[in-house]
Design a binder for this molecule. Structure first.
Ligand SMILES: NC(=O)c1ccc[n+]([C@@H]2O[C@H](COP(=O)([O-])OP(=O)(O)OC[C@H]3O[C@@H](n4cnc5c(N)ncnc54)[C@H](OP(=O)(O)O)[C@@H]3O)[C@@H](O)[C@H]2O)c1
Length: 248
């Protein structure tokens, strides 16, 4: 028996890294899972196969979260394949780092579109059926960078800070209709996104982190499962940090 038995979840960007860990953790707690990817189908197919091995239903979809047409198509496919969606996890995210004066408009818009406008569009399309039922959970994956800023990440910090503000606003708007909206703010986590960060910079992160290490995707996933579970029924508008104490 899992705490999410009978539920259906959508996790965006779940072919790798944190999204993959979230999709698997939700399935281990009994949820069926719809997952999306943007570029490579094979890793998404593998995650779906792993979920089915756990005895849960899984489907994977190509959907660039920044593309309105792709989001419309996704919603139609979800309705056909799953009926209702109970839990939405907005995880898909990208970085395009450069110091602010060298950052061009494309880098700015790409990051804002995927990390902020994308989640807003996904919620806009899926929350209606949750509000009608009077039940639903939305979890947005923001970042420590949205809480404290970071050199070279003005676009990413603005998007992730905006996602926190969106989370709190929607939490207020949907609270009386049974839909909670929360965010998880990871610190530095071992995924492809941090794989290119120079070792000297990662040493600095370890030095600034009371727990002296990077986090693991599964540690972020555990926070998402909690916020999606009945145990979090009176929590909304919260930003749950998973950062080893780096920002508190
Ligand atoms: N890693 C960290 O240290 C860290 C810290 C704080 C917050 N976060 C946040 O956590 C989330 C996951 O990060 P991660 O480290 O797991 O990243 P990752 O390893 O780079 O994986 C990103 C995932 O998002 C998908 N994706 C990328 N662009 C997309 C788009 N336009 N539409 C739909 N899916 C897209 C990728 O699919 P494809 O492979 O098909 O492109 C992949 O499945 C992001 O929101 C990130 O900002 C990460």
């Amino acid at each position: 028996m899992g705490v999410l038995d009978g539920k259906t979840s959508l996790v965006t960007g779940a072919s790798r890294g944190i999204g993959k860990a979230i999709a698997l953790a939700l399935a281990k707690e009994g949820s069926d899972v719809a997952l999306t990817y943007a570029h490579q189908p094979e890793p998404a197919e593998q995650v779906a196969a792993d979920i089915e091995k756990l005895g849960r239903k899984a489907r994977f979809y190509n959907c660039n979260v920044a593309d309105p047409g792709a989001n419309d198509k996704l919603v139609d496919l979800l309705a056909a394949d799953f009926g209702q969606i109970d839990i939405v996890v907005n995880n898909a995210g990208i970085t395009r780092d450069r110091s602010f004066l060298k950052m061009d408009r494309e880098m700015w818009h790409d990051v804002l579109n995927v990390n902020l406008t994308g989640p807003a569009m996904v919620i806009h399309r899926l929350v209606g059926q949750m509000l009608e039922r009077g039940d639903g959970r939305i979890v947005n994956i923001t970042s420590i960078v949205g809480q404290m800023g970071n050199f070279g990440q003005a676009n990413y910090a603005a998007a992730k800070g905006g996602l926190i503000a969106l989370t709190k606003t929607l939490a207020r708007e949907f609270a009386r209709k049974g839909v909670t909206v929360n965010a998880v703010a990871p610190g530095f986590i071992e995924t492809d996104m941090t794989a290119d960060v120079p070792e000297a910079a990662l040493d600095k992160v370890r030095e600034l982190t009371p727990m002296s290490r990077l986090g693991k995707p599964e540690e972020v996933a555990a926070a998402v499962v909690f916020l999606a579970s009945p145990a979090a029924s009176f929590i909304t508008g919260e930003v749950l940090s998973v950062n080893g104490g780096m920002y508190m």
